[in-house]
Design a binder for this molecule. Structure first.
Ligand SMILES: C=CC1=C(C)c2cc3[nH]c(cc4nc(cc5[nH]c(cc1n2)c(C)c5CCC(=O)O)C(CCC(=O)O)=C4C)c(C)c3C=C
Ligand SMILES: [Fe+2]
Ligand SMILES: [Fe+2]
Length: 334
């Protein structure tokens, strides 16, 4: 029986226009996993304020990153979509000889290609077994569980539900930690070590963690393992959280405030790595590489270097192949 591996990431607008961003944010921000404010209040805010105003503000940032990369890869359209497609192609090539029983494809939680459309196509092609692989190293209900919900929704009314496995997290998988460390070391070998390494993770509301989301703990464990792998003392690195949205408190310390403080103290150099992002996207290419670079330098900081996401690095593809092998062990030949 053939199995399909579906690599999944968040999603992105179909085009870098206010209309494209509105459609994407409408789908994304109406998911109760993403925003936990009581429904009637949140829907009033979403349709009354966010969707009329935010797309016009964010679309220019999307235009800036459209076709852009941080690692020299020629990118077509939205970087996150491009990298997810390439990750699937390269993982398929990597598994071709050893696991001919596995087909690799990709889908997005919001926007296109939707998980729904991909699963139905695969089912028509005869696949009866799936591994849904969220490309989120750290589990959060806002991301990973949102994908689990989509899987459950697809089959809610089906009698014959296929064999589905799910990847939960890989925040301290040795291959993940080693790939992150190698990406940092490659920069240090070429250009030397900065004064500080900032590990900036996407934030979530603090209340989500208080209510039981393990994301904060997993981010810190990733950081501790990475620092140990790099042999980095506690005074040389720090964790921070980026991409705050809305008025509530999110996980702290905030990336933008940290970089402004470091700039004001006259820090001469900083390297920034975003371990929660398996592909470069708006949040890394714009918020980290452009906005926060300016925050740090305008506040008086020196050199600022953004270290790209793992994207299509061979060690990242190898890590994906290893996790697939662990979830789907090869059956012994008879
Ligand atoms: C509103 C709440 C949000 C939560 C909670 C959240 C969690 C979260 N998101 C990612 C990864 C990505 N987010 C991206 C964009 C993005 N995120 C939010 C809001 C929340 N994210 C918004 C509104 C946006 C869109 C941009 C904007 O309007 O500011 C992206 C990039 C997509 C792209 O097109 O490039 C990624 C990737 C994680 C990992 C996470 C929780 C752990
Ligand atoms: Fe986000
Ligand atoms: Fe952002």
């Amino acid at each position: 029986m053939s199995t399909a591996v579906i690599l999944m990431n968040l999603g992105t607008p179909a085009e870098p226009t206010a209309r494209g961003v509105r459609q994407f944010l409408g789908d994304f921000l109406s998911d109760p996993r993403v925003v936990e404010i009581p429904r009637p209040l949140w829907l009033a805010i979403l349709y009354g304020l966010v969707l009329p105003l935010r797309p016009g503000k964010i679309a220019p940032a999307y235009r800036e990153i459209w076709g852009r990369s941080a690692d020299g890869e020629a990118v077509e359209g939205s970087p996150i979509l491009h990298y997810t497609r390439r990750q699937a192609e390269l993982l398929q090539q990597r598994l071709a000889d050893t696991r001919p029983d596995i087909t690799v494809t990709y889908a997005m939680t919001y926007g296109k290609p939707s998980l729904d459309s991909v699963v139905h196509r695969l089912r028509r092609q005869g696949y009866e077994s799936f591994l849904v692989f969220p490309l989120y190293p750290q589990y959060s209900a806002t991301t990973t569980a949102a994908i689990y919900d989509r899987v459950a929704q697809i089959y809610r009314n089906s009698r014959d539900v296929p064999d589905i496995s799910l990847v939960h997290d890989y925040y301290r998988h040795p291959h993940y930690i080693r790939a992150l460390a190698a990406s940092v070391r490659e920069l240090w070998d070429r250009k030397g070590q900065a004064d500080k390494l900032l590990l900036s993770f996407h934030g979530i509301p603090r209340a989500n963690v208080t209510k039981g989301d393990p994301y904060y703990r997993q981010c810190h464990e990733t950081a501790e393992h990475l620092a140990a792998e790099l042999g980095l003392g506690g005074d040389r690195w720090q964790v921070s959280f980026q991409s705050r949205f809305g008025k509530a408190e999110w996980l702290q310390p905030y990336t933008d405030k940290t970089l402004i403080e470091w700039g004001e103290k006259g820090l001469s150099s900083v390297d920034v790595l975003c371990p929660a992002f398996s592909a470069d996207c708006l949040e890394t290419l714009e918020e980290i590489s452009v906005e926060n670079r300016a925050n740090f330098i305008d506040a008086g900081g020196g050199q600022y270097r953004y270290i790209p996401a793992l994207n299509i690095r061979p060690d990242h593809i190898e890590m994906l192949a290893t996790i697939v092998g662990e979830k789907l062990p090869a059956k012994p030949r008879r």
